[in-house]
Design a protein around this ligand. Sequence first.
Ligand code: NAD
Length: 347
Amino acid sequence: MYDHPSFDKHERVVFAHDAASGLRAIVAVHSTARGPGAGGCRFWHYDSTNAALADALRLSRGMSYKNAMAGLPLGGGKAVVMLDPERPKTPAMLEAFGRYVESLQGEYITAEDVGASVADMEIVAGQTRYVSGLPRTAVSSDGNPSPKTALGVYLGIKAAVKFKLNKDQLRDLTVAVQGLGGVGYELCKLLAADGAKLRVADVREAVTQKAAAQFDAVVSTPDQILFERADVLAPCALGAIFDATSIPKLQTSIVAGAANNQLATAQDGARLHAAGVLYAPDYVINAGGIISCGREYLGGATAASIDAEIHRIPARLTEIFARSGATGRPTSELADEMARQLLAEAR
Ligand code: NAD
């Protein structure tokens, strides 16, 4: 593992196995320099253990960067649970996962990620107190972080549009949204309410039809959505979508969306920059959910103070955009540099 290309001096990586429930999980804690390693748990069908490990390593580092850039007193961690047809997600598996989280004694704090629901986290919470994204707390009505993430992405898109296109309004601009899940669909609501024209795609046809009816969205295909002509492209599905093959085919000047790890490699941030695309670093623009879950876990926040924190995302992005404009360097590099600096200071 120490030679793995995504290994980045992670403090701890735990391989969890529970024969009774079929749980196979990897918990990666990248850094606790700023606080306990916080980040959601992804339930996914991986092609190999190596692919799951790569995801856990990359996502947990991303959480260190995200939490640092969001100004949260939290480090970075992430869990992935490897599902397959013989090992579907069950309450017993969620309980086993919760026991592993508990065994880490607060070094890792879990929450929802792709494939996990609020109901799942309630089951996990039966086994551990190191969990957030729960309903009926003082600051979150239903525990679901997705609408908070969507709000941050929406505000970030507005900041990017102001910087790149010098427009204060989204009215009549076209936004292509890839993925209409928890975040993507909520984002469409906000964009449509602001008068943006939507192009959408999802592998689930029913949800694209719903968006077409509700938002007058034009339905694209999963293969084509990244390459639609649009003012803004908002990736809200999975990661590693921008690489040497996809970037030359983009027909947008702004990439600003929720998906984690959008860049296949670090060089792809430079490729986007060279192609004249303003890239809103994913872990800066998509921090709304962790701001909400993190504050819920840490306590002492109110719904209004969380909302105010999410409203600081656009200013953070604008600072990165301005530095990029002034130095001619990619936004991705500048954001990484700022995040690493914050971690180094905390250490
Ligand atoms: P989700 O599982 O609810 O939604 C993902 C959607 O993408 C689903 O509707 C799925 O059908 C669709 N999809 C999958 N593959 C696709 C493809 N090839 N083309 C088009 N659509 C496809 O997940 P989510 O919670 O909405 O999260 C979306 C992304 O944002 C993920 O990368 C996640 O890690 C990231 N993110 C989410 C949050 C949050 O608060 N939920 C916070 C930060 C980052």
